[in-house]
Design a protein around this ligand. Structure first.
Ligand code: SF4
Ligand code: MG
Length: 458
């Protein structure tokens, strides 16, 4: 998911419109639903629906969302079906007033907490784990001095990944889980503070980047200024997949350029698995930058192999397998003249189920490529993600079930090599232990409750 929030201290900014543009820049983080909530003198009004940002909002709707602070959300479902009822921000009324909440990430113990709350008579309107967070904050608020204290108590209970933006009648609050699994940055525009999942949203609205929200940090912005609190025992474990695939290439995460990392991943991949060929091509868009890095390192020309239809979203993100199969075909067409009679190195960022690579390799062969060598700019994905990237169960992860040579054969490639874990560490200058890499090595930063699966709340 993608989240964005802004607090306009003088009320002079059109916070809904700025949030709209912020979400637009974060659309790659989720295409299932979009929503914006604004706080108008203690009254929270909102609009949300399934669909892309520009489908859900128009001038008329935005003009109704007047206020001095706002949060917004674009959704990519991991927990909870992608129904309209599960759109965010969640807006709730509780004893202390209104609250809106936008969540990026995935809890691993939401089902346990929810079961307990339901036993006590709590009711839930959605099947998303985010509602469990809202419910706990509301409960903890009763015996807390302020909402920050209630959030700290909630952080004792919830486990997993969460970057949160919370709108209250007089505050905008940003929270990052104690591992910083999902990104969240803080910026400034015209003396107003804003937060976004990625810096590309700050660039879009013309805001200046201040810093990343730290793991376990709670930043509240109000009329009294900016206050920061820190949860105990925090460590840095930002999801490395944000760099490999998920984030936009023009973003900086913890000060590191996503584009630079992708290029370096390609270079490193070439160092490890060079193959003599005529051209290097990337699977658009996610494989392109690594392909450029590979080509530079190999001294083999980079060439465009495909033209992408710009008007469809990320194939992986469509939840049904049947939809995903069709989506690959309408997404890409091969540039026959560029590949016919050529030995091709094909670069992609990752293989999950193998659906994309298999189709693309077939397209290249049909277009006359004489050899297709597949190179992947990340290690094999052999463990599922429980922290908000929608990788499937182990039984659907091709690398969890087959050896690399077998995968090459299944996908129809002449050869297949993945980046090594050591190579990944190299790219991050020996600091890979400051990132989550669980989908490659199974080292989850939190405990994962037994029988956990992402459909558990349904
Ligand atoms: Fe990211 Fe993989 Fe960790 Fe999930 S398991 S947070 S995808 S690195
Ligand atoms: Mg891709």
């Amino acid at each position: 998911c993608g989240i964005f929030g802004i607090y306009s201290s003088d009320g002079k900014l059109d916070v809904a419109k700025i949030t709209y543009f912020g979400l637009y820049a974060l659309q790659h983080r989720g295409q299932e639903s979009s929503g914006i909530a604004v706080n108008d003198s203690g009254n929270i009004i909102y609009h949300k629906d399934s669909g892309l940002v520009n489908e859900v909002f128009n001038e008329v709707v935005l003009n109704h969302l007047k206020g001095y602070s706002a949060i917004g959300h674009v959704r990519y479902s991991t927990t909870g079906k992608s129904d309209r009822e599960n759109a965010q921000p969640l807006v709730i009324k509780y004893r202390k007033g209104h609250m809106a909440l936008a969540h990026n990430g995935n809890l691993v113990n939401a089902h346990i907490i929810r079961e307990k709350l339901e036993q006590e008579g709590a009711i839930f309107q959605t099947t998303i784990d985010s509602e469990v967070i809202a419910s706990l904050i509301s409960r903890n608020r009763i015996k807390s001095e302020n909402i920050e204290e209630a959030i700290l108590k909630t952080m004792d209970e919830i486990k997993g990944a969460y970057s949160l933006l919370i709108l209250t009648p007089n505050k905008l609050i940003a929270v990052r889980d104690p591992y910083g699994l999902r990104p969240l940055v803080m910026g400034r525009i015209n003396n107003s503070i804003c937060f976004a999942s990625e810096t590309c949203a700050l660039d879009t609205i013309g805001a200046e980047y201040i810093r990343d929200v730290e793991p376990g940090e709670i930043i509240s912005v109000s009329r009294n200024g900016i206050k920061s609190k820190k949860y105990k025992n925090c460590t840095k474990h930002l999801c490395v997949f944000e760099f490999i695939y998920f984030a936009r290439a023009d973003s900086y995460l913890e000060g590191i350029s996503v584009y630079e990392i992708r290029k370096r991943l390609g270079r490193q991949l070439c160092k490890e698995s060079y193959v003599d060929c005529d051209i290097v091509i990337g699977v658009p868009d996610s494989g392109t930058t690594a392909a450029i890095g590979f080509a530079e390192e190999a001294g083999i020309p980079f060439s465009e192999g495909f033209i992408k239809n710009r008007y469809i979203g990320r194939t992986f993100i469509k939840p049904e397998q049947s939809q995903r199969e069709i989506a690959v075909k309408i997404k890409l067409n091969v540039l026959k003249n560029n590949v016919a009679g050529k030995r091709v190195v094909l670069i992609d960022d990752s293989i999950v189920r193998g659906t994309t690579s298999r189709k693309i390799i077939k397209m290249l062969r049909d277009a006359g490529a004489t050899e297709v060598h597949l190179r992947i700019s990340s290690p094999p994905v052999v463990f599922p993600c429980y922290y908000g990237i929608d990788t499937p169960d182990r039984k659907e992860l091709i690398a969890a079930n087959y050896l690399t040579e077998e995968i090459a054969r299944i996908l129809g490639a002449d050869s297949l090599e993945y980046l090594s874990l050591n190579g990944l560490n190299e790219v991050f200058e020996g600091k890979i232990n400051q990132f989550c890499t669980a989908c490659f090595n199974g080292e989850y930063v939190t405990e994962i409750p037994e029988n956990f699966n992402k459909y558990i709340l349904e």
